[in-house]
Ligand binder design. Sequence first.
Ligand SMILES: CC(C)N1CCN(Cc2ccc(Cn3ccc4ccc(-c5n[nH]c(N)c5C#N)cc43)cc2)CC1
Length: 239
Amino acid sequence: MKVDIISIFPDYFAPLGLSLVGKARTTGTLDLAVHDLRTWTHDVHRTVDDSPYGGGPGMVMRPEPWGQALEAVAGPGATLVVPSPVGKPFTQADAYELAALDHLVFACGRYEGIDQRVIDDAADRMPVREVSLGDYVLFGGEVAVIVIMEAITRLLPGVLGNADSLTEESHAAGLLEAPVYTKPAAWRDREVPDVLRSGDHGRIARWRRTESLLRTAARRPDLFAAYPPEHLDKQDRKA
Ligand SMILES: CC(C)N1CCN(Cc2ccc(Cn3ccc4ccc(-c5n[nH]c(N)c5C#N)cc43)cc2)CC1
């Protein structure tokens, strides 16, 4: 997968050189490049923002640098992803969809956002997805891109050592995972649930399923309500 990130803070993406995302880049699974938007400014001050038409707080990112940057970076087959406070909530389903694409270009806005004409102009040439991480306001799109890139990269072939992890997620799609434990068996007078040490894989699967349903019902009633009733068996209904 090819990914290009455009930002006025390219150093923000140093974390994408670490751990499993960094390894995906080293192995060639992920071809990631970060570009400084100011590359496409031509004034002595390398200006990327200006005051908003119609008044209002803050500044808006100028269209000219963005237009040139996207022409240079987003070739045929690219999909533009624009983090935004007013974007569509980003979900695991979006991560799967984006992970299946060949070329992503991320536009990281700052200030009060990017001039709308940049998005509209790009949409004439390529698919554009405006996404939001959640209902809170960040300083810009960079942190969102780091989060989205982690969510996507772990879905790429060969990145997760234990493919089962993805399998587990796919089976229990729509529910929160059960609690996890590791050694020692006792820690600060807290014991690992006996069932997890029983070696009885049927019991363990049942325990995890029940914990997953209870946790989802308690913390995410929205997910629980949307979970297809036909996916609940008799044991589930006793939980
Ligand atoms: C009511 C309400 C929905 N409104 C909201 C937006 N407020 C104005 C305003 C304020 C700050 C910024 C900073 N900023 C610049 C580019 C940019 C990209 C993403 C995000 C971002 N914030 N939160 C997320 N989940 C994001 C994502 N993904 C923030 C960004 C941009 C815009 C006004 C209030």
